[in-house]
Design a protein around this ligand. Structure first.
Ligand code: S3P
Length: 450
């Protein structure tokens, strides 16, 4: 688990161009869901390409604690022997989800409609994050939740012994909340309905259908209406996890801001609920091509080719695109600093409740490195300094947030002076091979404040 060990200061400095192939790890969202749904199927689910980052490993441990047999076969191959919907056993100990909001919220959803009690905790970042957004709808099923002030972890959930199905309109654009309600609905009789006004990542819906649940999605005037029929028998699956577009964002953006670069990032899922960053970069004038476009496992996939892009212009990112790139705003703000003109990012108040307050964390680090940032409650803007205009030279706090740490490492690759972070250890939560992979392309990242 990150944030409990010794901090790892890191420094990134300008080197030669970035060149080569960047094979990024498996998708974090799909990796969590593969383990969780595998644990709810009867029989053996086989997973290849699982992201072996700390967040996902914590979910694997949690699934074992609830009674599933989870085996690591090496090289990203895992199997899960599930216990069936409603078959969780009560864990003997506290469930520690480390840094992972997705892990804890989805797992709370699953156990909320089973007659067991579980206590959840996490690291210093996770224990600050709001959980009422999940426990409020779970209480409608009959679950009881007791946590710290403000609905924070550590928190104990007493699962509903006789759950009732629920109709719930998600008040914030959150795939985690949507998924928690759907996973709770799995063990409630009848139909659970979730309505979301803005479409968020739809991996839960797609994967539940893949595992054999009866689930329908309708686009209506109310929004996306998702209807799940409870108490299905889920059938084990063979899952090849696609590579993570949110991790691909880092080598792609690094190539755009590092002179002379040409990097291929193969096999990236371009599910429209996830691909907003790439659309935005292309609108800014980035030299970013989709090569070898194809379908894999029902998802659009392409190889991304990113080249140094000195002509990028600041834009207004459409607020309605926010959900499809919510994890990518930190690194987009770095690219915006190397563009010409202002980049405005509005409709993004969810950024304030991620692993850190990402607007605050990025604004502090960007300003320390000579970039002008303005911000409000749900918007921020970055004044571009052009391809060679970012001064750099400062150390930024990563606030236990992997994406903040990686974003500032990308900034150091194109800035005039090196850029440091106080602690790069959280990178291991989602992208454990970040340093060797970026180094293999020609980046210079060292573990020290120099
Ligand atoms: C995720 C949903 C998003 C995202 C997170 C992964 C998921 O969070 O930021 O990294 O896998 O469902 P929210 O649901 O809080 O928006």
């Amino acid at each position: 688990m990150s944030g409990h060990g010794t901090p790892i200061p890191m420094t990134s400095r300008r080197a030669g161009p970035l060149k080569g192939v960047a094979e990024v790890p498996g998708d974090k969202s799909i990796s969590h869901r593969s383990l969780i749904l595998g644990a709810l199927a009867i029989g053996e689910t086989q997973i290849s390409g699982l992201l072996e980052g700390e967040d996902v490993i914590d979910t694997a441990k949690a699934m074992r604690a609830f009674g599933a047999e989870v085996t690591d076969h090496g090289g990203g191959d895992w199997s899960v022997h599930g216990v069936g919907v409603g078959g969780f056993q009560e864990p003997d100990n506290v469930i520690d989800c480390g840094n992972s909001g997705t892990g804890v919220r989805l797992i709370m959803g699953v156990m909320a409609t089973q007659p067991i009690t579980a206590t959840f905790t996490g690291d210093a970042s996770l224990n600050k994050r709001p959980m009422a957004r999940v426990t409020d709808p779970l209480e409608l099923f009959g679950t009881q939740a007791v946590g710290r002030e403000g609905g924070r972890l550590p928190m104990t959930l007493v699962g509903a012994a006789d759950p009732v199905p629920v109709r719930y309109e998600v008040p914030v654009p959150s795939a985690q909340v949507k998924s928690a309600v759907l996973l709770a609905g799995l063990n409630a009789p009848g139909k659970t309905v979730v309505i979301e006004k803005e479409a968020t990542r739809d991996h839960s819906e797609r994967m539940l259908a893949g595992f054999g649940a009866e689930i329908t999605v309708e686009d209506t005037d109310e929004g996306r209406v998702i209807t799940l029929t409870g108490q299905p028998e889920l059938k084990p699956q063979v899952i090849a996890v696609p590579r993570d577009p949110s991790s691909a964002a880092f080598p792609v953006c690094a190539a755009l801001v590092t002179p002379g670069s040409d990097v291929l990032v193969p096999g990236i899922g371009l599910n429209p609920t996830r691909a907003g960053l790439f659309t935005t970069l292309r609108e800014m004038g980035a030299d970013l091509a989709y090569e070898n476009e194809r379908e894999e496992g029902g998802e659009p996939v392409a190889d991304l080719r990113a080249k140094f892009s000195p002509e990028m212009k600041g834009i207004e990112v459409p607020p309605e695109r926010a959900a499809s790139m919510i994890d990518e705003y930190p690194v987009l703000s770095v690219v915006a600093a190397f563009a010409t003109g202002n980049t405005m990012m509005a409709g993004v108040k969810e950024l304030r409740v991620k692993e850190s307050d990402r607007i605050d964390a990025m604004a502090r680090g960007l300003r320390a490195n000579g970039v002008t940032v303005e911000e409000g409650a749900d918007w921020w803007s970055v004044e571009g300094l052009g391809p060679d205009g970012v001064p750099g030279g400062a150390t930024c706090e990563s606030f236990l947030d992997h994406r903040i740490a990686m974003s500032f490492m990308v900034m150091g690759m194109g800035a005039q002076k090196p850029v440091s972070v106080d602690d790069g250890s959280p990178i291991a939560t989602s992208f454990p091979i970040f340093e060797p992979l970026m180094s293999s392309l020609g980046a210079q990242i060292v573990r020290s404040n120099s």
